[in-house]
Design a protein around this ligand. Structure first.
Ligand SMILES: [Zn+2]
Length: 462
Protein backbone atom coordinates (compact mmCIF):
# COMPACT_ATOMS: atom_id res chain seq x y z
CA UNK A 1 0.00 0.00 0.00
CA UNK A 2 1.24 3.48 -0.80
CA UNK A 3 1.94 5.87 2.03
CA UNK A 4 0.15 9.25 1.87
CA UNK A 5 3.51 10.95 1.28
CA UNK A 6 4.23 8.72 -1.68
CA UNK A 7 0.81 9.35 -3.14
CA UNK A 8 1.41 13.08 -2.83
CA UNK A 9 4.73 12.72 -4.60
CA UNK A 10 3.09 10.82 -7.42
CA UNK A 11 0.50 13.53 -7.76
CA UNK A 12 3.11 16.28 -7.85
CA UNK A 13 6.11 14.80 -9.62
CA UNK A 14 8.25 17.90 -9.35
CA UNK A 15 7.63 18.51 -5.66
CA UNK A 16 10.27 18.76 -2.97
CA UNK A 17 13.05 16.23 -3.31
CA UNK A 18 13.27 15.75 0.45
CA UNK A 19 9.73 14.48 0.43
CA UNK A 20 10.62 12.05 -2.34
CA UNK A 21 13.69 10.90 -0.48
CA UNK A 22 11.86 10.20 2.74
CA UNK A 23 8.96 8.64 0.88
CA UNK A 24 10.65 6.13 -1.38
CA UNK A 25 14.10 5.44 0.14
CA UNK A 26 17.23 4.63 -1.87
CA UNK A 27 16.86 4.98 -5.62
CA UNK A 28 16.54 1.96 -7.87
CA UNK A 29 17.43 3.96 -10.96
CA UNK A 30 19.95 6.78 -11.23
CA UNK A 31 20.08 9.14 -14.21
CA UNK A 32 23.16 11.38 -14.36
CA UNK A 33 22.64 14.25 -16.82
CA UNK A 34 25.93 15.91 -17.69
CA UNK A 35 26.40 19.15 -19.64
CA UNK A 36 30.13 19.29 -20.31
CA UNK A 37 31.47 22.80 -19.77
CA UNK A 38 28.27 24.23 -18.20
CA UNK A 39 28.48 26.17 -14.93
CA UNK A 40 25.92 28.51 -13.27
CA UNK A 41 26.66 31.20 -15.91
CA UNK A 42 25.53 28.87 -18.71
CA UNK A 43 22.42 27.68 -16.84
CA UNK A 44 21.35 31.25 -16.08
CA UNK A 45 21.89 32.26 -19.69
CA UNK A 46 19.66 29.41 -20.93
CA UNK A 47 17.02 30.12 -18.28
CA UNK A 48 16.74 33.82 -19.14
CA UNK A 49 16.79 33.11 -22.88
CA UNK A 50 14.07 30.51 -22.45
CA UNK A 51 11.87 32.97 -20.59
CA UNK A 52 12.32 36.02 -22.82
CA UNK A 53 12.49 34.25 -26.19
CA UNK A 54 10.02 31.38 -25.87
CA UNK A 55 8.12 32.11 -22.66
CA UNK A 56 8.97 28.66 -21.40
CA UNK A 57 10.49 27.39 -18.15
CA UNK A 58 14.02 26.01 -18.32
CA UNK A 59 13.75 22.59 -16.73
CA UNK A 60 17.29 22.42 -15.29
CA UNK A 61 16.92 25.58 -13.21
CA UNK A 62 13.14 25.86 -12.82
CA UNK A 63 12.48 22.26 -11.83
CA UNK A 64 15.67 20.37 -10.91
CA UNK A 65 17.53 23.20 -9.16
CA UNK A 66 14.44 24.86 -7.70
CA UNK A 67 12.49 21.79 -6.54
CA UNK A 68 15.48 19.54 -5.89
CA UNK A 69 18.64 19.71 -3.82
CA UNK A 70 21.29 22.15 -5.01
CA UNK A 71 25.03 21.72 -4.64
CA UNK A 72 28.17 23.38 -5.90
CA UNK A 73 31.40 21.54 -6.71
CA UNK A 74 35.04 22.56 -6.78
CA UNK A 75 36.47 21.12 -9.96
CA UNK A 76 40.26 21.19 -9.66
CA UNK A 77 42.17 18.02 -10.64
CA UNK A 78 45.37 16.62 -9.12
CA UNK A 79 48.35 19.03 -9.39
CA UNK A 80 46.71 22.12 -10.98
CA UNK A 81 43.65 24.39 -10.56
CA UNK A 82 41.93 24.07 -13.96
CA UNK A 83 40.58 20.67 -14.94
CA UNK A 84 39.91 18.88 -18.21
CA UNK A 85 36.94 16.59 -18.76
CA UNK A 86 38.93 13.41 -18.12
CA UNK A 87 40.12 14.42 -14.64
CA UNK A 88 36.77 16.06 -13.80
CA UNK A 89 34.71 13.00 -14.68
CA UNK A 90 37.28 10.69 -13.02
CA UNK A 91 36.85 12.51 -9.70
CA UNK A 92 33.07 12.51 -10.03
CA UNK A 93 33.03 8.81 -10.90
CA UNK A 94 35.62 7.30 -8.54
CA UNK A 95 35.87 9.80 -5.69
CA UNK A 96 39.60 10.18 -6.35
CA UNK A 97 41.54 13.01 -7.98
CA UNK A 98 43.22 12.25 -11.30
CA UNK A 99 45.57 14.34 -13.39
CA UNK A 100 44.29 16.04 -16.52
CA UNK A 101 44.03 13.51 -19.34
CA UNK A 102 43.69 10.44 -17.12
CA UNK A 103 40.58 8.24 -17.27
CA UNK A 104 39.84 7.07 -13.72
CA UNK A 105 43.50 6.35 -13.02
CA UNK A 106 45.05 8.19 -10.05
CA UNK A 107 48.49 9.90 -10.16
CA UNK A 108 50.02 6.84 -8.43
CA UNK A 109 48.56 4.50 -11.05
CA UNK A 110 45.67 3.08 -9.02
CA UNK A 111 42.40 2.29 -10.80
CA UNK A 112 39.64 3.00 -8.28
CA UNK A 113 36.18 1.62 -9.03
CA UNK A 114 34.01 3.69 -11.39
CA UNK A 115 30.31 4.47 -11.06
CA UNK A 116 29.39 2.06 -13.85
CA UNK A 117 31.57 -0.73 -12.44
CA UNK A 118 29.76 -0.24 -9.12
CA UNK A 119 26.42 -0.20 -10.94
CA UNK A 120 27.20 -3.53 -12.62
CA UNK A 121 28.32 -5.01 -9.28
CA UNK A 122 24.97 -3.97 -7.79
CA UNK A 123 23.17 -5.90 -10.55
CA UNK A 124 21.95 -2.77 -12.31
CA UNK A 125 21.80 -2.25 -16.04
CA UNK A 126 24.03 0.51 -17.40
CA UNK A 127 23.69 3.07 -20.19
CA UNK A 128 26.02 5.64 -21.72
CA UNK A 129 24.70 8.42 -23.96
CA UNK A 130 26.72 11.31 -25.37
CA UNK A 131 26.83 13.69 -28.31
CA UNK A 132 30.62 13.18 -28.28
CA UNK A 133 32.39 10.01 -29.31
CA UNK A 134 31.11 7.31 -26.97
CA UNK A 135 34.73 6.65 -25.97
CA UNK A 136 35.30 10.33 -25.12
CA UNK A 137 36.62 11.40 -21.71
CA UNK A 138 33.43 11.81 -19.65
CA UNK A 139 31.54 8.58 -20.48
CA UNK A 140 34.87 6.72 -20.41
CA UNK A 141 35.82 8.00 -16.95
CA UNK A 142 32.38 7.10 -15.59
CA UNK A 143 32.93 3.52 -16.77
CA UNK A 144 36.47 2.27 -17.38
CA UNK A 145 40.16 3.15 -16.96
CA UNK A 146 42.97 4.45 -19.16
CA UNK A 147 46.23 6.25 -18.48
CA UNK A 148 45.27 8.71 -21.21
CA UNK A 149 41.97 9.83 -22.74
CA UNK A 150 43.60 9.22 -26.13
CA UNK A 151 43.56 5.43 -25.64
CA UNK A 152 40.27 5.18 -27.52
CA UNK A 153 40.80 1.61 -28.70
CA UNK A 154 41.46 0.32 -25.18
CA UNK A 155 38.40 2.23 -23.89
CA UNK A 156 36.20 0.59 -26.55
CA UNK A 157 37.64 -2.86 -25.70
CA UNK A 158 36.84 -2.24 -22.04
CA UNK A 159 33.26 -1.28 -22.97
CA UNK A 160 32.92 -4.64 -24.71
CA UNK A 161 34.09 -6.37 -21.51
CA UNK A 162 31.93 -4.22 -19.18
CA UNK A 163 28.87 -4.61 -21.43
CA UNK A 164 26.89 -1.44 -20.76
CA UNK A 165 23.43 -2.36 -22.04
CA UNK A 166 23.11 0.94 -23.91
CA UNK A 167 25.80 2.88 -25.81
CA UNK A 168 24.51 5.81 -27.88
CA UNK A 169 26.54 8.61 -29.47
CA UNK A 170 29.32 9.08 -32.00
CA UNK A 171 32.78 7.60 -32.42
CA UNK A 172 32.16 4.56 -34.63
CA UNK A 173 35.79 4.88 -35.82
CA UNK A 174 37.33 2.93 -32.94
CA UNK A 175 34.75 0.15 -33.17
CA UNK A 176 35.82 -0.84 -36.68
CA UNK A 177 39.07 -2.04 -38.30
CA UNK A 178 40.71 0.01 -41.02
CA UNK A 179 39.40 -2.46 -43.63
CA UNK A 180 35.86 -1.44 -42.66
CA UNK A 181 36.59 2.30 -42.62
CA UNK A 182 37.56 2.50 -38.94
CA UNK A 183 40.72 3.55 -37.11
CA UNK A 184 41.53 0.46 -35.06
CA UNK A 185 45.09 -0.83 -35.24
CA UNK A 186 43.89 -4.45 -34.97
CA UNK A 187 41.42 -6.35 -37.16
CA UNK A 188 38.66 -6.45 -34.58
CA UNK A 189 35.10 -5.51 -35.57
CA UNK A 190 33.74 -4.50 -32.17
CA UNK A 191 30.28 -3.76 -33.56
CA UNK A 192 30.09 -7.38 -34.77
CA UNK A 193 31.28 -8.50 -31.33
CA UNK A 194 28.48 -6.49 -29.65
CA UNK A 195 26.00 -7.92 -32.14
CA UNK A 196 27.17 -11.45 -31.24
CA UNK A 197 26.39 -10.59 -27.61
CA UNK A 198 22.79 -9.82 -28.51
CA UNK A 199 22.99 -6.04 -29.04
CA UNK A 200 21.01 -4.24 -31.73
CA UNK A 201 23.52 -2.18 -33.74
CA UNK A 202 22.05 1.12 -34.96
CA UNK A 203 23.39 3.77 -37.33
CA UNK A 204 20.43 6.07 -38.08
CA UNK A 205 17.95 8.08 -36.00
CA UNK A 206 15.13 6.17 -37.69
CA UNK A 207 16.47 2.88 -36.28
CA UNK A 208 16.67 4.47 -32.85
CA UNK A 209 12.99 5.38 -32.96
CA UNK A 210 11.98 1.91 -34.14
CA UNK A 211 14.21 -0.25 -31.97
CA UNK A 212 12.56 -2.42 -29.31
CA UNK A 213 15.81 -4.11 -28.24
CA UNK A 214 16.87 -4.23 -24.60
CA UNK A 215 20.58 -3.87 -25.51
CA UNK A 216 21.68 -1.18 -27.96
CA UNK A 217 24.85 0.13 -29.58
CA UNK A 218 23.86 3.16 -31.65
CA UNK A 219 26.73 5.09 -33.19
CA UNK A 220 25.52 7.81 -35.53
CA UNK A 221 28.85 9.20 -36.75
CA UNK A 222 32.44 8.09 -37.19
CA UNK A 223 33.35 11.18 -35.17
CA UNK A 224 31.54 13.24 -32.54
CA UNK A 225 27.94 14.18 -33.28
CA UNK A 226 27.55 17.76 -34.51
CA UNK A 227 26.33 20.85 -32.74
CA UNK A 228 22.57 21.08 -32.33
CA UNK A 229 22.46 24.35 -34.33
CA UNK A 230 23.82 22.49 -37.42
CA UNK A 231 22.20 19.09 -36.81
CA UNK A 232 20.76 17.14 -39.76
CA UNK A 233 17.79 15.22 -38.23
CA UNK A 234 18.04 12.48 -40.88
CA UNK A 235 21.58 11.66 -39.82
CA UNK A 236 21.87 12.44 -36.12
CA UNK A 237 19.41 12.18 -33.21
CA UNK A 238 19.07 14.82 -30.50
CA UNK A 239 20.38 14.17 -27.01
CA UNK A 240 16.71 13.94 -25.93
CA UNK A 241 15.99 11.31 -28.63
CA UNK A 242 18.92 9.26 -27.36
CA UNK A 243 17.87 9.72 -23.72
CA UNK A 244 14.33 8.50 -24.41
CA UNK A 245 15.63 5.50 -26.37
CA UNK A 246 18.11 4.66 -23.59
CA UNK A 247 15.41 4.88 -20.91
CA UNK A 248 13.08 2.67 -22.99
CA UNK A 249 15.80 0.06 -23.47
CA UNK A 250 17.02 0.12 -19.86
CA UNK A 251 13.50 -0.17 -18.45
CA UNK A 252 12.69 -3.07 -20.77
CA UNK A 253 12.31 -6.41 -19.03
CA UNK A 254 15.58 -8.19 -19.64
CA UNK A 255 16.16 -11.20 -17.44
CA UNK A 256 16.81 -11.59 -13.75
CA UNK A 257 18.49 -8.23 -13.20
CA UNK A 258 15.58 -6.26 -14.62
CA UNK A 259 14.11 -5.32 -11.26
CA UNK A 260 17.43 -4.08 -9.87
CA UNK A 261 17.20 -0.90 -11.90
CA UNK A 262 19.81 0.96 -13.90
CA UNK A 263 22.36 3.75 -13.93
CA UNK A 264 22.26 5.97 -17.02
CA UNK A 265 24.86 8.61 -17.87
CA UNK A 266 23.72 11.20 -20.44
CA UNK A 267 26.08 13.87 -21.70
CA UNK A 268 25.92 16.75 -24.09
CA UNK A 269 29.35 17.67 -25.35
CA UNK A 270 27.83 20.50 -27.43
CA UNK A 271 28.08 22.86 -24.47
CA UNK A 272 31.84 22.31 -24.17
CA UNK A 273 32.37 22.48 -27.94
CA UNK A 274 30.44 25.77 -28.17
CA UNK A 275 32.45 27.13 -25.24
CA UNK A 276 35.79 26.25 -26.83
CA UNK A 277 34.72 28.05 -30.00
CA UNK A 278 33.23 30.99 -28.06
CA UNK A 279 30.01 30.30 -29.98
CA UNK A 280 27.13 31.87 -28.04
CA UNK A 281 24.44 31.02 -30.63
CA UNK A 282 25.44 27.34 -30.66
CA UNK A 283 25.62 27.34 -26.85
CA UNK A 284 22.02 28.48 -26.29
CA UNK A 285 20.70 25.84 -28.73
CA UNK A 286 22.85 23.19 -27.05
CA UNK A 287 21.56 24.10 -23.58
CA UNK A 288 17.95 24.03 -24.75
CA UNK A 289 18.48 20.66 -26.45
CA UNK A 290 20.02 19.31 -23.24
CA UNK A 291 17.04 20.68 -21.31
CA UNK A 292 14.71 18.54 -23.43
CA UNK A 293 16.74 15.51 -22.42
CA UNK A 294 16.40 16.50 -18.76
CA UNK A 295 12.63 16.88 -19.29
CA UNK A 296 12.58 13.33 -20.73
CA UNK A 297 14.39 12.07 -17.62
CA UNK A 298 11.87 13.83 -15.35
CA UNK A 299 9.01 12.34 -17.35
CA UNK A 300 10.49 8.89 -16.74
CA UNK A 301 10.87 9.78 -13.05
CA UNK A 302 7.23 10.85 -12.82
CA UNK A 303 6.23 7.30 -13.84
CA UNK A 304 9.05 5.67 -11.85
CA UNK A 305 9.44 7.61 -8.57
CA UNK A 306 12.24 5.30 -7.39
CA UNK A 307 14.50 7.20 -9.81
CA UNK A 308 17.08 9.82 -8.84
CA UNK A 309 17.83 12.47 -11.49
CA UNK A 310 21.10 14.36 -11.12
CA UNK A 311 22.04 17.31 -13.34
CA UNK A 312 25.77 17.88 -13.25
CA UNK A 313 28.79 19.20 -15.12
CA UNK A 314 32.54 18.80 -14.91
CA UNK A 315 33.79 22.38 -15.37
CA UNK A 316 33.02 25.65 -17.11
CA UNK A 317 34.29 26.28 -20.65
CA UNK A 318 35.05 29.67 -22.16
CA UNK A 319 34.92 32.02 -19.16
CA UNK A 320 31.61 33.31 -20.47
CA UNK A 321 30.05 36.49 -19.13
CA UNK A 322 27.02 38.45 -20.21
CA UNK A 323 28.07 42.04 -19.60
CA UNK A 324 27.35 45.66 -19.96
CA UNK A 325 30.08 47.02 -22.21
CA UNK A 326 30.73 49.65 -24.87
CA UNK A 327 30.41 48.79 -28.52
CA UNK A 328 31.95 50.74 -31.37
CA UNK A 329 31.00 51.09 -34.99
CA UNK A 330 32.69 53.50 -37.38
CA UNK A 331 34.40 55.40 -34.54
CA UNK A 332 31.15 55.92 -32.57
CA UNK A 333 30.86 54.20 -29.22
CA UNK A 334 27.57 53.12 -27.70
CA UNK A 335 26.50 51.17 -24.61
CA UNK A 336 25.79 47.46 -25.01
CA UNK A 337 23.85 45.88 -22.15
CA UNK A 338 22.68 42.30 -22.61
CA UNK A 339 18.89 42.17 -22.66
CA UNK A 340 16.08 40.60 -24.69
CA UNK A 341 17.17 42.40 -27.89
CA UNK A 342 20.67 40.95 -27.67
CA UNK A 343 19.23 37.47 -27.13
CA UNK A 344 16.98 37.94 -30.17
CA UNK A 345 20.02 39.00 -32.13
CA UNK A 346 22.06 35.90 -31.28
CA UNK A 347 19.10 33.64 -32.07
CA UNK A 348 19.06 35.03 -35.63
CA UNK A 349 22.50 33.47 -36.13
CA UNK A 350 21.62 30.25 -37.94
CA UNK A 351 24.87 28.29 -38.13
CA UNK A 352 27.75 27.43 -35.81
CA UNK A 353 31.01 29.33 -36.07
CA UNK A 354 32.62 26.04 -37.15
CA UNK A 355 30.14 25.69 -40.01
CA UNK A 356 30.72 29.29 -41.14
CA UNK A 357 34.49 28.79 -40.86
CA UNK A 358 34.24 25.73 -43.11
CA UNK A 359 32.30 27.77 -45.68
CA UNK A 360 34.83 30.61 -45.52
CA UNK A 361 37.64 28.22 -46.44
CA UNK A 362 41.31 29.04 -46.40
CA UNK A 363 41.25 32.22 -48.50
CA UNK A 364 37.89 33.95 -48.52
CA UNK A 365 37.35 36.85 -50.90
CA UNK A 366 35.87 40.10 -49.47
CA UNK A 367 32.62 39.42 -51.39
CA UNK A 368 32.40 35.89 -50.05
CA UNK A 369 32.99 37.14 -46.51
CA UNK A 370 30.28 39.83 -46.79
CA UNK A 371 27.80 37.35 -48.25
CA UNK A 372 28.38 34.84 -45.43
CA UNK A 373 28.05 37.51 -42.73
CA UNK A 374 24.80 38.78 -44.30
CA UNK A 375 23.42 35.25 -44.62
CA UNK A 376 24.33 33.78 -41.22
CA UNK A 377 24.67 36.88 -39.00
CA UNK A 378 21.74 39.15 -39.90
CA UNK A 379 22.00 42.53 -38.18
CA UNK A 380 25.74 42.23 -37.49
CA UNK A 381 28.47 44.35 -39.06
CA UNK A 382 32.11 43.44 -39.19
CA UNK A 383 34.46 46.06 -37.69
CA UNK A 384 37.45 46.97 -39.85
CA UNK A 385 40.04 45.29 -37.62
CA UNK A 386 38.10 42.02 -37.53
CA UNK A 387 37.45 42.15 -41.25
CA UNK A 388 41.15 42.52 -41.89
CA UNK A 389 41.95 39.65 -39.50
CA UNK A 390 39.50 37.40 -41.34
CA UNK A 391 40.75 38.25 -44.82
CA UNK A 392 44.41 37.93 -43.81
CA UNK A 393 43.66 34.84 -41.68
CA UNK A 394 45.15 36.54 -38.67
CA UNK A 395 43.99 35.16 -35.31
CA UNK A 396 43.14 37.34 -32.32
CA UNK A 397 45.60 37.24 -29.40
CA UNK A 398 47.15 33.90 -28.45
CA UNK A 399 44.38 32.81 -26.07
CA UNK A 400 41.81 33.21 -28.86
CA UNK A 401 43.84 31.60 -31.62
CA UNK A 402 41.07 29.41 -33.05
CA UNK A 403 40.63 31.36 -36.24
CA UNK A 404 38.38 32.42 -37.90
CA UNK A 405 35.86 31.24 -35.27
CA UNK A 406 37.08 33.49 -32.47
CA UNK A 407 37.31 36.50 -34.81
CA UNK A 408 33.66 36.00 -35.77
CA UNK A 409 32.87 35.46 -32.10
CA UNK A 410 34.46 38.82 -31.23
CA UNK A 411 32.11 40.50 -33.72
CA UNK A 412 29.18 38.91 -31.90
CA UNK A 413 30.62 39.92 -28.48
CA UNK A 414 31.05 43.56 -29.44
CA UNK A 415 27.50 43.86 -30.71
CA UNK A 416 25.67 41.83 -28.06
CA UNK A 417 27.76 42.00 -24.87
CA UNK A 418 28.38 38.24 -24.53
CA UNK A 419 32.13 38.14 -23.85
CA UNK A 420 34.45 35.19 -23.39
CA UNK A 421 37.58 35.04 -21.23
CA UNK A 422 39.30 32.11 -22.92
CA UNK A 423 38.90 29.31 -25.45
CA UNK A 424 39.83 26.88 -22.67
CA UNK A 425 38.26 25.69 -19.42
CA UNK A 426 37.97 27.71 -16.21
CA UNK A 427 37.91 26.89 -12.50
CA UNK A 428 34.37 28.23 -11.89
CA UNK A 429 32.57 25.81 -9.54
CA UNK A 430 29.80 23.79 -11.19
CA UNK A 431 26.21 23.49 -10.00
CA UNK A 432 24.72 20.11 -9.15
CA UNK A 433 20.96 19.55 -8.95
CA UNK A 434 19.44 16.33 -7.62
CA UNK A 435 15.77 15.41 -7.58
CA UNK A 436 14.39 12.17 -6.19
CA UNK A 437 15.33 9.59 -3.56
CA UNK A 438 18.65 10.26 -1.77
CA UNK A 439 18.92 13.69 -3.45
CA UNK A 440 19.99 15.17 -0.10
CA UNK A 441 23.39 13.45 -0.48
CA UNK A 442 24.29 16.16 -3.00
CA UNK A 443 23.45 19.21 -0.89
CA UNK A 444 25.90 22.06 -0.43
CA UNK A 445 29.42 23.00 -1.38
CA UNK A 446 31.72 20.03 -1.93
CA UNK A 447 34.75 18.82 -3.78
CA UNK A 448 34.12 16.89 -7.00
CA UNK A 449 35.62 13.80 -5.34
CA UNK A 450 32.92 14.01 -2.68
CA UNK A 451 30.30 13.89 -5.43
CA UNK A 452 31.89 10.62 -6.63
CA UNK A 453 31.99 9.13 -3.13
CA UNK A 454 28.33 9.99 -2.51
CA UNK A 455 27.28 8.56 -5.86
CA UNK A 456 29.14 5.29 -5.17
CA UNK A 457 27.62 5.21 -1.70
CA UNK A 458 24.07 5.35 -3.00
CA UNK A 459 24.75 2.87 -5.83
CA UNK A 460 26.24 0.46 -3.29
CA UNK A 461 23.09 0.99 -1.18
CA UNK A 462 25.02 2.08 1.92
ZN1 LIG B 1 36.53 20.99 -23.08
Amino acid sequence: MRSPARTAWLAFPFACALLCASAVGAPKNVIIMFADGAAPTQWELARYASRVLRNQPFVVTDRVFRDGVLGLLSTHPAAVFVTDSAAGASAMSTGHKAQNGAISVTPDGARPRTVMEAAKQSGRRVGLVTTAQIWDASPAAFSVHAGSRREAQSIVDQYLALEPEVLLGGGRDFFLPKSAGGRRTDDKDVLAAFSAKGYAVLREPRQLRESRAAKLVGLFSDHALGLEIDRDPAREPTVADMTRAALDALARNAGADADKGFVLFVETENTDDAGHRNDIAALVRALWAFDEAVAAALEFQANNPDTLVIVAADHETGGLSATSARGETGGNTFPVIVGPKEFEKIMRIDASLDAVAAKLGARPSPEQLDALIAKHFPGFTLDADLREALLLQRPLERNFAISPQTVLSRMVSRQTGFYWGTTGHTAEPVAIGALGPDAQLFRGYADNTEFGRRLLQLIDGR
